[in-house]
Design a protein around this ligand. Sequence first.
Ligand SMILES: [Zn+2]
Length: 47
Amino acid sequence: MVVDPVCRMPVDEQKSRWTSRQGDRTYHFCSPGCKRIFEVKPERYVK
Ligand SMILES: [Zn+2]
């Protein structure tokens, strides 16, 4: 399990349908809404 960087919900990366690549990392989201929020300002969520 990984954590959705936007809402902090645990997400199963095997089943995750919404992902975004930033550099060499892939982030997983619980919903298309979280993915969209992330992609507007990824630097807010990426450390
Ligand atoms: Zn989420």
